[in-house]
Design a protein around this ligand. Structure first.
Ligand SMILES: NC(=O)c1ccc[n+]([C@@H]2O[C@H](COP(=O)([O-])OP(=O)(O)OC[C@H]3O[C@@H](n4cnc5c(N)ncnc54)[C@H](OP(=O)(O)O)[C@@H]3O)[C@@H](O)[C@H]2O)c1
Length: 287
């Protein structure tokens, strides 16, 4: 299922791969800290980096590192050159989520500057500036602004929605036995591909800008959720409603889709779904 990364200009992609391969020995010496290393993306990213021979520390409250209180942060960052922040807020309530991303970004920036970190990579969301009706996206925007204002060289990686998140989208928009969703386009991607892209980007020089990553195909939000519910034998019906909101935000075909030159993950929704269902069968069989 996993293939190579596609790029609008394949020659550039080839060059990037060769460069990344030839600098592998140098990269192995780059100590990398993954903030949120116990999360969905964090675990996969730690594995991807280890497979590339990188010395990685997975850091999060469950391992004694907290970007809000500062607990364990200086020690975790000691000697680190690269930090990848894939943490997420425990509460998405407007005020709480804003406080989380602002405090975390400020504390990380100060700790990274003190530790001499040369590349801060943060995971954000495609279209953040078009989704500011939502408190969550206002918080992600604030996080991005603080990263840009920090002295530490950075790359902000904006990903589209993860396939793993589609069940949550259905849940959020459910009223009784129906799920009300707009037909607006999105271009979601597999969490595995998000992690691979982050591992690649963490080893590149800082872009001091934004890189977008996305899945290989666009579809309506309603359509993919309908396919997901049917495949998982969920009895809920998806009602297509142009006025329905996505997490409380009015969206159109431009809101969630990337711009002209995203890096495209190789995994198609149908392939991800097949794998997801086979894993589900396995876990059911074992329970
Ligand atoms: N969902 C999507 O479709 C989507 C799309 C694009 C981008 N993103 C972005 O992807 C990122 C990661 O999402 P995810 O789903 O992988 O997250 P997740 O599974 O919810 O994991 C959250 C991680 O954050 C850590 N964390 C929580 N509080 C912390 C603190 N005070 N200090 C340090 N770490 C802390 C958690 O650590 P513990 O386990 O120790 O509590 C956990 O490792 C988010 O920033 C999100 O905005 C998501």
């Amino acid at each position: 299922m996993r293939g190579r990364w596609l790029h609008n200009d394949d020659d550039d992609a080839t060059v990037r791969k060769i460069k990344s391969f030839s600098s592998n020995n140098m990269n192995a010496r780059k100590k990398t800290v993954v903030i949120g290393g116990s999360g969905l993306i964090g675990k996969k990213l730690v594995n991807c980096l280890r497979q590339r021979g990188i010395a990685v520390t997975a850091a999060s409250p469950s391992s004694g590192v907290n970007t809000i209180t500062g607990e364990g942060l200086a020690k975790a960052l000691s000697g680190a050159q690269v930090v990848v922040d894939v943490s997420n807020a425990p509460s998405w309530e407007d005020k709480a989520v804003l406080e989380f991303f602002e405090t975390s970004a400020r504390n990380l920036s100060a700790a990274e500057a003190a530790a001499g970190v040369v590349h801060h990579v943060a995971l954000s969301v495609v279209g953040t500036e078009r989704l500011l009706e939502s408190g969550y996206f206002r918080a992600k925007m604030a996080q991005e602004e603080l990263i840009k204002a920090s002295k530490v060289p950075y790359t902000i990686v904006r990903a589209t929605q993860f396939f793993e998140f589609i069940g949550g989208v259905a849940q959020f928009s459910t009223v009784g036995q129906t799920v009300h969703l707009p037909p607006a386009l999105w271009q979601p991607m597999a969490a595995d591909d998000v992690a691979s892209a982050l591992a690649e980007i963490a080893l590149e020089p800082p872009a001091n800008g934004i890189i977008e990553i996305a899945g290989p195909e666009r579809a309506g939000i309603d359509e993919l959720v309908r396919r997901f519910l049917a495949a998982t034998k969920d009895p809920r019906q998806v009602v297509t409603d142009a006025d329905a909101r996505y997490y409380g935000v009015a969206v159109n075909d431009r809101s969630l889709t990337p711009g002209a030159d995203p890096r495209i993950g190789p995994t198609f929704f149908e392939d991800w779904l097949e794998h997801y269902l086979s894993q589900k069968d396995v876990s059911h069989a074992g329970s």
